[in-house]
Ligand binder design. Structure first.
Ligand code: SME
Length: 155
């Protein structure tokens, strides 16, 4: 069952206030820590960055050490990078090419980070609870990613 969605409008204002530097490394680290602190039932939050064509490199994250690198052709993160569309997965075990970094993860939400029509990376959230993420969470996290993009120099 999805956890009741938090007040994402409030979280967006708080994140906007937190990101008072335009540096991508500072802001992505702060965003991960903020999400891990504010959202219940997560076991991993992090950015994967596009630093070369068709490949995602592990960026700042909170949680256990994770898989690196991830090609665009594989996994839930790869699908988000390839399609530039959010991937909301209730049960990762139902996804044939899901990349299991942590056997505790059961649900996943991956939001592409696109700035000026260029894919900068993806934000990946994992949960041990099947069906953890609702459409309200998807829209809320997409709003938070917009705050991150607006607050950060991603060029
Ligand atoms: N499960 C992801 C890999 C990244 S980890 O969850 C941190 C995927 O299938 O792309």
């Amino acid at each position: 069952m999805p956890t009741d969605a938090p007040d994402y409008a409030l979280l967006a204002r708080q994140l906007d206030a937190l990101l008072d530097d335009r540096d991508w490394l500072t802001n992505s680290a702060q965003t991960c820590a903020f999400l891990m602190q504010e959202l219940p039932a997560l076991n991993w939050v992090g950015f994967y960055l596009q630093r070369e064509p068709e490949l995602l490199a592990l960026g700042p994250f909170q949680g256990k050490p994770a898989c690196h690198p991830i090609p665009f052709s594989k996994g839930v993160c790869g699908a988000a990078a390839r399609t530039r569309e959010t991937q909301l997965i209730d049960d990762v075990h139902a996804i044939a090419d899901h990349i299991a970094c942590d056997s505790a993860s059961n649900a996943e939400l991956v939001v592409p980070v696109v700035c000026d029509d260029r894919l900068w990376g993806v934000l990946d959230l994992d949960s041990p609870e099947r069906g953890r993420f609702s459409k309200a969470d998807q829209h809320g996290i997409e709003q938070l990613v917009k705050v991150f993009i607006a607050s950060t120099d991603l060029t």
